[in-house]
Write a protein that binds this ligand. Structure first.
Ligand SMILES: Cc1cc2nc3c(=O)[nH]c(=O)nc-3n(C[C@H](O)[C@H](O)[C@H](O)COP(=O)(O)O)c2cc1C
Length: 206
């Protein structure tokens, strides 16, 4: 059995273009893949507090946490365990102001810690998670690379590529669902255009 962690960063439920694309992907998964969905806008993620920042520093330096720090740090280690224990990953990521939604950034800030999701040695950082990642980006506009150069307003793809690699996910595949605000026909067209890539990526899981 393969455990696929589906991290959804859209609050728009079934209306979400990224999640409509994700449905094509999950429908094509083998029966041996079990999907565990984490809806970031419903998950009541903890805030990054004074105690959590203190615990992060102390944990990194091998120092003891006080009682309240330890209590709050448990919420972090629970989220980290759920993340690193997954075999493979699916992310649905709307573009918000050229970047990722704040709930996904909050989640990343909550789970990214030296000694938990990555470590460093003389060769640089090394991820402590592993598995394939499929990143589905939904965007109102078109931010495809042009003439071999990345779109200068696309801060989703460079950031998510850097972060997924930091924590050890590999390979990382990106699916762009674009022009989502040009009406239902255009949305169906863009979903159709991504169908074969989504199906191929789904078949590689498990
Ligand atoms: C807060 C907010 C900011 C947005 N910023 C951008 C943007 O910078 N560029 C863009 O092309 N679309 C932008 N959009 C449109 C969304 O990217 C587009 O509707 C996308 O399909 C949303 O993903 P979803 O349907 O999976 O939720 C924004 C939408 C919202 C709600």
């Amino acid at each position: 059995m393969t455990n696929l962690l589906y991290i959804n960063a859209s609050p728009r439920g079934d209306l979400s273009a990224a999640n409509q694309a994700a449905l094509i992907f999950t429908d094509a998964l083998a029966d041996s893949v079990q999907v565990n969905r984490l809806d970031l806008f419903e998950a009541k993620l903890p805030e990054v507090t004074l105690e959590i920042t203190a615990a992060k520093m102390k944990f990194a330096m091998g120092l003891d946490l006080d009682e309240e720090e330890a209590r709050q740090w448990t919420a972090i280690t629970n989220l980290v365990s759920q993340f690193v224990e997954a075999d493979d990953y699916l992310f649905t990521i709307p573009m918000w102001n050229f970047n990722i939604p704040y709930k996904l950034k909050q989640y990343i800030d909550l789970i990214t810690h030296p000694g938990l999701t990555f470590t460093s040695d003389e060769n640089g950082p090394r991820g402590l998670a592993s598995g394939r990642a499929t990143l589905i980006y939904s965007r109102g506009g078109d931010y495809s690379p042009k003439d071999g150069k990345p779109d200068p307003f696309d801060f989703q793809s460079p950031y998510m590529n850097a972060w997924t690699r930091l924590v050890g996910l590999d390979p990382v595949s990106e699916v762009r669902v674009q022009k989502t605000m040009a009406g239902p026909d255009a949305l169906n067209e863009t979903l159709d255009a991504q169908k074969s890539q989504l199906t191929v990526l789904a078949k590689e899981m498990g």
